[in-house]
Design a protein around this ligand. Structure first.
Ligand code: GAL
Ligand code: CA
Length: 344
């Protein structure tokens, strides 16, 4: 009898405790500080991984309003107005137009909101115009240098890639969005690194494929019909375009025994890793989506909670108020390093 009473008491107490516990902010969602996040366009292969990392990292910490700017800067400006009306505490902005930072900064200033730009680096003058603006990205030149070194090493290790035997590397280059710091720096430093390494080059073609697989394939189709076997190297500013070039070459009967054309990309997205594994891409440069997404949320979380931007974090800011996540060369030897960053 006594025991039953105790069991009953314990039961009642436990139940009432549970019943009295207020819903945690994580459960109710709305009690978490709000952050307005833009992605320049959802239909960008690499950015879809950054988006995934941002969502994962924010879970239980921040109430994200995450929108697709659909590659339209005017639309993005309106989306930012909407965030401000909604009462978000922080803006996390992947610009459509890297030159449009000042328009966003003007809005942020009026509302006294901190802004974390990411992936498309604003001009230094825009960053300097607002003490509550920060940037999360990479050091763009580094990706070009690493890609160039990879091309140089592979070229030197494979004398048969110089198909016409003239000692010159005849290349085509698929460029990302013109004016995008990553596209400009990758183009410049990839080629410069090869030349500085003592290999002569000849540019057969250089055009923008706007980071896009289908555009990369179309350009490559045209270039193959124009130059055919004269193409000895395909340099792509990102993997999406590298994969488009690969599809084009395969359709034209290349990439089989004796008809190999080396292709090198940047990002090390999972689809590219699979092709490196098959021996169809020479390599890529890891653009660490996981850590860039994490850094965006780490900074935004501090700012949304009124803390110092770097409080309790291991990230460092350079003189441009930027967190720069390092790149890494990825080849057959270290595919796992890239897989980890993409949560594979
Ligand atoms: C680059 C990336 C590209 C593309 C671009 C979008 O860092 O390498 O694949 O996603 O960002 O701004
Ligand atoms: Ca040659």
């Amino acid at each position: 009898m006594k025991r039953t009473l105790i069991v009953l008491l314990v039961f009642v107490m436990t139940f009432s405790l549970v019943a009295c516990t207020p819903a945690t902010p994580a459960e109710s969602g709305s009690e978490l500080p709000g952050v307005g996040v833009t992605i320049y366009k959802f239909d960008d292969n690499f950015m879809s991984f950054v988006r995934g990392a941002i969502q994962r990292e924010a879970e239980g910490k921040l109430d994200l309003t995450l929108v697709d700017s659909a590659n339209d800067q005017a639309k993005q400006n309106e989306q930012v107005d909407g965030f401000i009306q909604k009462g978000v505490k922080v803006l996390a902005i992947n610009l459509v137009d890297p030159q449009a930072a000042s328009a966003i900064i003007e809005k942020a200033k009026v509302a006294d909101l901190p802004v974390v730009f990411y992936n498309k680096e604003p001009d230094q003058s825009a960053m300097d115009s607002y003490d509550k603006a920060w940037y999360v990205g990479t050091r763009s030149a580094e990706s070009g240098e690493i890609q160039g070194q990879m091309i140089l090493d592979a070229w030197n290790a494979n004398p048969d890639w110089d198909k016409n035997g003239d000692g010159v590397m005849q290349y085509v280059l698929l460029k990302g969005e013109p004016g995008h710091p990553d596209a400009e720096a990758r183009t410049k430093y990839a080629v410069e690194t090869v030349v500085n390494g003592g290999v002569q080059v000849e540019e057969l073609e250089l055009q923008t494929g706007m980071w896009d697989t289908a555009k990369g394939k179309d350009l490559m189709d045209t270039w193959i019909s124009k130059h055919g076997d004269a193409i000895e190297m395909v340099i792509a500013n990102n993997d999406a375009m590298a994969l488009g070039a690969l599809t084009s070459l395969e359709a034209a009967g290349y990439m089989v025994e004796g008809k190999f054309v080396p292709i090198v990309g940047v990002d090390a997205i999972p689809d590219a890793l699979a092709k490196i594994e098959e021996g169809k891409l020479v390599g890529s440069v890891l653009n660490d989506a996981g850590n860039q997404g994490k850094a965006v949320i780490d900074l935004a979380n501090n700012l949304a909670n009124g803390k110092d931007v770097l409080e309790g974090l291991d990230w460092t800011l350079d003189e441009a108020k930027a967190v720069r996540v390092p790149y890494k060369a990825i080849t057959l030897d270290n595919l796992d390093d890239a897989k980890a960053s993409y949560g594979q």
